[in-house]
Design a protein around this ligand. Sequence first.
Ligand code: ZN
Ligand code: ZN
Length: 541
Amino acid sequence: MPFGGLGEIGMNCLAIVQDNDALVVDCGISFDSRGLGVDIICPKFEALGALNVVGVFLTHGHEDHIGALPYFLRSFDVPIWGTAYTVGLVRQRRDEHEVLEYARLHTVVPRDRITVGPFDVEPIRVTHSIADATALAIRTKIGTVIHTGDFKFDETPPDEEYFDEARLSELGDEGVALLMSDSTNVDTLVPVGSEAGVGIALEPIVRATKGAVIVAQFASNVHRLKMLGDIALKTDRNLFLFGRSLQKHARVGRDTGYLKWPSSLVLPNDQASSLDKSRVLAIASGTQAEANAALSRLARDDYPLLKLNELDAVVMSARIIPGNEPEVFNILNQFLRRQIAVHTWLTDRGVHVSGHASRPEQQRMLELVRPRAFIPLHGTLHHLRSHADVAKKAGVPHTTVLENGDMATVYEDNAAITIRRTPRAFAAGKRYFLATHEVPDAVLREREQLAREGLIVMIARIDDDRLLMGPIDINFRGIAVDDLAGDLREAITREATEALKAMPTELCTPGTISDVLRQAARRAASALLGHKPEVLVRLRA
Ligand SMILES: [Zn+2]
Ligand SMILES: [Zn+2]
């Protein structure tokens, strides 16, 4: 039962159900780019209410896999398993989400076998753009189910935690009933490359820069943090972490042993401006041009801890999430305008690699596991369909493409596995949150409407006979009235006065009068501006 992540990228969450017991795999969020003031989006979990949820297993610590846990735990008090780095990241949230204070978090290591209700779950080491990522082998009544989590085949992982291909191949030999695998990069036809290659691309840039070097990256990429630490040591620079999320990830990286940094390497941010610039290597958050993040502020020259000039360099070691391109390029423009060198994947190919398997790597996963049935995960419908085709070509007898709210039932019949899809089996959906508060759908619709059309505020005084006293006070917000403002006020007043006159006295109540004024304003605005703004009416006696 997928609750998120199928038919979209982000918000990964699905349940594996046997009889009435449900094991939840991952519990992620996605982000809203509509500019409506929503911080996060998380799945609706109502359909789980009818089942006995036995626990949550996390594949790795990316937001799109763990971010919804605090919201999930409000309704389901169940134990959670994950690797040390993953659980460390969940624990970091305790100051933001009280519910995590009481969460039953369990740390697992790859190849451990954990009993969760009727399931037996074994995490298997995979490589990805975050440390301590795993696939899961889940033993069920119909055989072994493998969920890959997010992965790529990185032959030289910076943390030297190698992909456990041997274990996947062993499980393949034993027989795997169902494989569910990461579809994100199905359109990429060459291997995406190692994280170590990014270090190799970054070092000469750091060496060649006379002044400070700012590297913008996703805070969660601890491999890159580690490599930048190594580069800083080799080039006699100190490391600065510009951004709360970076500091959080670095803390978890140190606590779990991934970042073995000498204590003198990272300096407090307020020392950045006093240090010689040739000794500054700063890692900045805000790769997607988030307005308050360090990178945007450095671009605007509005970052009090460091001012950049033409001897300095900025490196974008991240991809742009589709939709954010104009804002990100705008930031790069701001640096370029000030003669600051900008290195991106466009100028220096190697400064970023994806964390997700390309098509040849997806094929390699299918060859290792040799499943009897296949469900593609982690992608839009296009990615999922293409990945299903890859599996069919690889000889997998049964493939099914699901979207959130669909359900697949896997049967064992005379030792043969079959799979059946039930479209729209349950109500999947999204919930929107601003920090920890939920924003109802109706409020979002209102915000969308206000953003599109603007607002007219009318304040009118009425006497005991419900007659208009004096002029109506009319204000505009977010409406391009310019020199039409006077005309529009006049037109609204005229429409309103006529409409009130035409109304039988016995029908006049504050409610009907407000309604008539609202309709009058919308008619007048529509005639003059060509659209109908929202109207707020206040009546005073
Ligand atoms: Zn993911
Ligand atoms: Zn991931």
